[in-house]
Design a protein around this ligand. Sequence first.
Ligand code: ME8
Length: 672
Amino acid sequence: MSKHFYITTPIYYVNARPHIGHTYTTIACDAIARRQRMLGVNTYFLTGTDEHGQKIERAAAAAGKTPQQLTDEVSSQFRALWDRMGITYDDFIRTTSDRHKRGVQALWRKIRDNGYIYKGHYTGQYCVFDELYVDAAGPGAPCPECGRPTETVQEENYFFKLSAFQQKLLDLYTGQPDFIRPDTRRNEVISFVKSGLRDLSISRSTFSWGIPVPDDPKHVIYVWMDALSNYITALGYGSGDTKLYDEFWPADVHMIGKEIVRFHCVYWPAFLMAAGLPLPKGIVAHGWLLFEESKMSKSRGNIVRSETILDVLGQDALRYFLLREIVFGQDGSFSFDALVQRYNAELANGLGNLASRTLTMITRYFHGEVPYPSAAAARHSADDAIARAAARAITDSNTLFDQYQFSRALESVWGLIAAVDKYIVENEPWSLGEKQDEQSRARLATVLYTSAEALRIVTALAHAAIPEATARIWSQLGLGDIKKFDLATLKWGQLQLGTRLGKVEPVFPRADKSAIERMQNMEEQGRPAAAVPASATQAQPKPAAASAPVAIQTVAAAASALPDGKISIDDFAKVEMRVGQVKVAEKVKDADKLLRLEVDLGTEVRQVVAGIAEAYAPETLIGRKVVIVANLAPRKLRGLESNGMIVAASAEGGRPVLATFAEDVPLGTRLK
Ligand code: ME8
């Protein structure tokens, strides 16, 4: 094998257990790595955990553990999850391992010896949550990435001459346009770098959970310099054994989420340039997985665990959903409803059904042997149309996959499934199977051969995305081990006549309605307390001002505090306000101020008791659209249960005025 391919995930922080956001990146990389291997490319796939820094030190203290205990525990949770999911990583790097520490120190020395590290003394702001220096901001100013208050730090430390690389970086982005993908991220990075780069603090001395600076162990190396280096330390950089490094560096792809673009596209190439090392070929940033409209993250406590989905629907369901649902590069929402919907429609009814009916009919009508397509007499143009559709699916899905457009790549494969389904329905092999005449037998053979060959092609193309089910279908097709198949050779007509099918079994049993409820219950029961209090605002990552050299001494409050009187978006999101319509309104007996309302919320009618009788005659309210706080705990007023609250402006001493809408809004719509 002559071609090489090296792909990496971010190394995940160990301050909380994995969720499906991490799984998303890991699955995307796994799918790419599997595809490269299927194409015969010598592939190396790295993942791991990021275990140093102040954030981890604090998370450990909060959990009453030593940092090492916490990192051992959580790192093994990540690894166990990837193992359970059959993720085909070649190496799992931990930043607390000796090999990594040695490599990071070697990189530091190299950069220092090249003259890009100096000692300084500064004061500035730092966001512990993002482990990010925040320039030109006053004490307590919010972090531009996450909105949490920054902490003032003040100390002597080492600086990296980032300012020396501004032009070199800009040249890199223009000379190599696909260094950062997609373009939106590239443009953000370019404008950030153009706005000016200040030197970067790369050591801390007020805590010790990190890798000691060579020859000055009072300092530990800045956690992002430590973390980014994993991409080369895992290959043996700094160890004396550089076989893997020589073979695989530079990386083909660092796959990351969009919030860590700056670290990868500015700091990392600058460190490598300073060390005189080759740069990665590309950085690909995907969007966020949202849950209930906000970024799924451990700090918000709105995570969904992969294990829940694996337990109920299996790994292919999760992989397929994440790769198919989210337009790569953009944010996408996760919901159990959408997961089950896609599972049933596209896996159970789509691929699963195509496999089981094609293979079952071959078993029934041809004793389990792939039949001979008939001679010209029994050939129809529809057969050739399927062959052409398959050729198109091969080209399209290969191209789209190579552009990381997983969703569209899968869409093109599922387009072929839909075409074959239609073909089967129109050609009615089950009716042909009932007839014994030669013409019908010949036609049946063609229809089933065509269907089975299309199924083989679909299976090969989908394997990188859904490896488990496709491996089973492949062997049911009598083709043995799919891992041995060379994807580069895939074309129509390779299915050997007379191939003996394996045992035919369903691959995707339909999920019934209880699946959603079961998963929701599992999540409710297993929902962890947030590792860091849920205090982040929903600030989108945007280029922050260039990092200033700062010295470090923590003087501000905990990273999670919010400025006085403010609530987070998460707190606001707890209030569920919906549009309702008043169906019934009447006075409450012996209560001058109260009305009893029945309000239609689209999915249910609620009884609400409201103190608005002095402002509104009941009959004027019938049919009126109002805003209801729908998740208020029920309470009793004058013996009547009130399930929710009607929203009104209540001026001091004045009459309440109901909130309403100038335009028409469907019942049940949520206000946010
Ligand atoms: O940033 N949607 O680690 P981390 C999509 N240690 N992807 C998500 C996601 C979501 N809601 N949540 C997490 C770090 N991810 C550093 C990286 S690399 C040298 C150091 C994925 O545990 C996504 O890939 O916060 C994101 O970039 C990564 O997990 C962040 O993981």
